[in-house]
Design a protein around this ligand. Sequence first.
Ligand code: GLU
Length: 286
Amino acid sequence: MSGNPRPVFRFAPSPNGELHLGHALSALTCFSQAQEAGGRFLLRIEDIDIARSRPEYVQGIFDDLTWLGLSWEEPVVYQSQRFDVYREAAGRLRAMGLLYPCFATRSEIEAAATGVSDPDGAPLYPGLWRGRPEAEVRRHQAEGTPYALRLDMAAAVRIAAGRLESALLTFREDGQEVEAAPERWGDAVIVRKDTPTSYHLAVVVDDAWQGVTHVTRGRDLFAATGLHRLLQVLLGLPEPAYRHHPLVMDEEGQKLSKSARHTSLRALREQGMTREQVISRIGLAG
Ligand code: GLU
């Protein structure tokens, strides 16, 4: 082997609904970037949400991508098969003193919220369980109360700044340095109550493990990238280059969602829409 390793791109859908036009834009953009760069194109099934993921949605992803004319390397990676790896990564953050158990329910968080929202529009976590006495934590654990593990954001940002020897955490977006600003998430959930990871932890662990060099995804994940960059620094993982493409809107100017079945790729295909029409609808040249 000689020369530069090939760049690695990936499309990473969650199989908890049918893919829509926004996914088509992500997948086609990643795929054509990979082709232009002579790179590799990987598919990762982000099925950490065991309760909502369904095999028929996984099959739907394969069908939709094939219909769009895409091909990907085998084997496809399934996050549900990698829970041990995420547990290990969470364990490392915990050993650094950066994660703490949070037993709060959604309604307790809402009741204590300050009116400030996180970038997803949820109430910013008001730190209810940060710094609680160890005995209280142990008592709740012994009672079997479910808990999430949250990042102590202030401590995490401090450690990252020490590692980088810079107070400004950034990521690379299309060749520009962009401020990461992970503190907008507050003490983010790193391990959910119902599954041994969160989207944020699994995505940074897997992008690094799969050698992903270029992450292309929708603008709705722009703020998440700031948190991902922080986790990469804390876990000593390499930094991919990022691109966030504009979102595809519906006729009313609303963001498309997986629950809107009438805009799913499958529904559009069944209505007779062609691949070329999809490409033109999402604003890509055919
Ligand atoms: N699984 C995420 C989703 O379907 C996308 C993850 C990513 O591209 O980083 O929204």
